[in-house]
Design a protein around this ligand. Structure first.
Ligand SMILES: Cc1cc2nc3c(=O)[nH]c(=O)nc-3n(C[C@H](O)[C@H](O)[C@H](O)COP(=O)(O)O)c2cc1C
Length: 197
């Protein structure tokens, strides 16, 4: 485990989505500890509406093959060099976490569960950040493809909501601007916000 110990604020405002990893492996024990801590996300009625499929270590090779087949269906037509280049975004993360939520037939519960699982995912990202591990929540179209769902053992009534890539990185991406509180807040009872200031 790393020595880092960020404040909550430092982790929230310092975290960036990492899309370029350096290929360094992620320790399975670190990842399991991160998940053990992330489950403390709020969730209605303690439904804990998530389960995970994780790849970290030797199982990554089989996952790469699956990702190649899903993301680059015509991979056989590519040169080895082009394929390797296109596969870099899949082969450089040190770990993958696929987050699966139940799709409750009741809309309120379904939305609550999606919200809770999203908080859980952000917990993973923030805890990983404290280990010096970057992450990116990705939603490629193939998450809903029957062949991909089958390969991950996703059952009817479940949905994969995130392909979370995790790993070490060399460069910190620049932050995208965020709106200030003043721009997004309306004070209760004031229909015209901010304008006369
Ligand atoms: C629900 C969700 C889906 C996302 N899907 C993708 C994705 O498919 N590909 C990607 O590169 N980034 C994806 N992202 C990451 C965003 O691009 C990233 O959070 C955004 O650019 C803000 O950057 P930051 O996280 O560094 O602040 C996703 C983020 C969320 C919350």
């Amino acid at each position: 485990m790393s020595e880092q110990s960020l404040s909550v604020r430092e982790a929230i405002i310092g975290r960036r989505s990492i899309k370029k990893f350096n290929g360094q492996p992620v320790d399975r024990e670190d990842l399991m500890q991160i998940i053990d801590d992330a489950v403390w996300a709020p969730n209605h009625q303690n439904r804990e509406p998530w389960r995970l499929v994780v790849a970290c270590g030797k199982e990554l090779f089989d996952l790469h093959e699956l990702l190649r087949n899903m993301a680059i269906p015509k991979w056989k037509e590519l040169t080895e060099e082009t394929l390797e280049k296109q596969m870099q975004k899949f082969t450089t993360p040190g770990a993958y976490v696929f987050v699966i939520v139940p799709e409750d037939v009741r809309q309120k519960q379904r939305l609550e569960d999606y919200a809770a699982a999203s908080i859980f995912i952000q917990n993973i990202q923030l805890l990983a950040w404290d280990y010096g591990i970057g992450a990116c929540w990705k939603t490629p179209d193939f998450l809903d493809a029957p062949a991909f769902r089958e390969a991950l053992g996703v059952k009817q009534g479940e949905r994969i909501i995130s392909m979370l890539q995790l790993g070490y990185f060399d460069d910190l991406p620049k932050a995208a601007e965020r709106k200030k509180a003043k721009e997004i807040v309306t004070i209760f009872g004031q229909l015209e916000n901010n304008e006369e200031e």
